[in-house]
Design a protein around this ligand. Structure first.
Ligand code: PMP
Ligand code: GLU
Length: 394
């Protein structure tokens, strides 16, 4: 008999679909994967070599729970250089990807019944991670253009509000929150005394002018209210290495350290050495990857906008598009009416051999989420197939 905790939590719809698509491909189906947000690029060679070297040196044992000092120092340097916020190694803890960092951070700050505000559309795991920590997700819709609705956020603040969970650049909308909206969130956090959990895993994937803004950089007071979470998964095409990190006030890091000491002991040793190389050596591969993503985004946006019944807002960051396919719903595939985005995703998988995530998984019904983490050739083929499949609906 499973615990109520497990029964109360949904499995991740993104990872479930990834497994399903992997099985289809194993059976020989040629499915194009627009479903998973994971760079298709190889982890840069110098990063892999750092892990090989560490293995040859016998660096294959437990490490400190917080992570090796060398990596925590490299993260402090990175945060100062790129994000203009100064941390010491005692304010950093390494986790098995940003997902585990988010989980540990929420477990460290939430008491049963504490409320965590989540603007949506949002990544699938946010609501479930809050529930796992016995918290209550308080969902607030973003504005029509996917920007933050500050008055709506302020209206749900109560004396149980423990934190707000922000993700900029955003999965799944591609929104990049403006400096003024982040300053408003910082103001609310100070006024009402809650934490800002700032998920910055897509910080390098910005396609407009200007840099990513870390909310913690606004002031010492805001930094004290911020739990900054980042990861090497996306920036360095290192999803499988499972390295993320949290930068937060030392008290929170100590709490997370206690949890991790009981739950994970320490994070993979070779991955930590690889992460040091990623952060301290050439950043050229990142720039090249982002340039390529921009080309794909522009192409895909244009193709989606050219399809009847599809409207697609411009994506400013991350590597996702969230087109609205509402006008295609209600049409028929033979005798079957495509009633919702789940059915549309199934139809496209069957008829166009493309895998996309139904928007409902991100609380965006009537939409589909596309990750452009594929080669241009695949994107072209996938868009052609989708256009033809939509054209067959009556
Ligand atoms: N945050 C967001 C918004 C994500 O999309 C993801 C997806 N991987 C993560 C966190 C977790 O990343 P990872 O655990 O691979 O570092
Ligand atoms: N974050 C990625 C996505 O949204 C990877 C899958 C996951 O962990 O949810 O597709």
């Amino acid at each position: 008999m499973l615990s109520d905790r497990v029964k109360n939590v949904q499995p991740s719809q993104t990872t479930e679909l990834t497994n399903r698509v992997a099985r289809l491909r194993e059976q020989g189906e040629k499915v194009i994967r627009f479903n998973v947000g994971e760079p298709d690029f190889k982890t840069p060679e110098h990063i892999c070599q750092a892990a090989v070297w560490a293995m040859e040196q016998g660096f294959t044992k437990y490490t400190p729970v917080m992570g090796i000092l060398e990596l925590r120092e490299a993260i402090c340097e990175k945060l100062e250089r790129d994000n203009h916020v100064r941390y010491s190694p005692g304010e950093i803890i390494i986790g098995a990807g940003a997902k585990q960092c988010l989980s540990a951070a929420l477990l460290a700050i939430c008491n049963p019944g504490d409320e965590v505000i989540i603007p949506y559309p949002c990544w699938v795991s946010y609501t479930e991670l809050v529930k796992l920590a016995d918290g209550v997700p308080v969902m607030v819709p973003c504005r029509e253009d996917f920007s933050l609705d500050i008055p709506a956020i302020e209206s749900v603040v109560t004396d149980k509000t423990r934190a707000i969970l922000l993700n900029t650049p955003n999965n799944p909308t591609g929104a990049v929150y403006s400096e003024s909206s982040l300053r408003e969130i910082a103001r609310l956090a100070m006024k009402h005394d809650f934490y800002i959990i700032s998920d910055e895993v897509y910080e390098k994937f910005i396609y407009d002018e200007g840099e990513h803004i870390s909310i913690a950089s606004f002031s010492k007071e805001v930094k004290e209210r911020t739990i900054l979470i980042n990861s090497l998964s996306k920036t360095y095409a290192m999803t499988g290495w499972r390295i993320g990190y949290t930068a937060a006030p030392a008290e929170i890091i100590r709490g997370m350290n206690t949890l991790q000491s009981q739950i994970v002991s320490s994070i993979q040793s070779l991955s930590q050495k690889a992460a040091v190389a990623a952060l301290t050596e050439s950043q050229k591969p990142v720039e090249e990857m982002v340039r390529e993503f921009r080309k794909r985004k522009d192409y895909m946006e244009e193709r989606l906008r050219g399809m009847k019944g599809v409207s697609c807002k411009s994506s400013k960051g991350a590597f996702y598009l969230l087109p609205d396919v509402g006008a295609c719903l209600g049409k028929k595939d033979g005798e079957t009416v495509i009633e919702n985005d789940y059915m549309m995703a199934e139809y496209l998988l069957k008829e166009a051999k493309i895998a996309v995530v139904p928007g409902s998984a991100f609380l965006a019904p009537g939409h589909l989420r596309f990750a452009y983490t594929n080669s241009m050739d695949e994107i072209k083929a996938g868009m052609d197939a989708m256009e033809m499949a939509l054209g067959r609906l009556v």
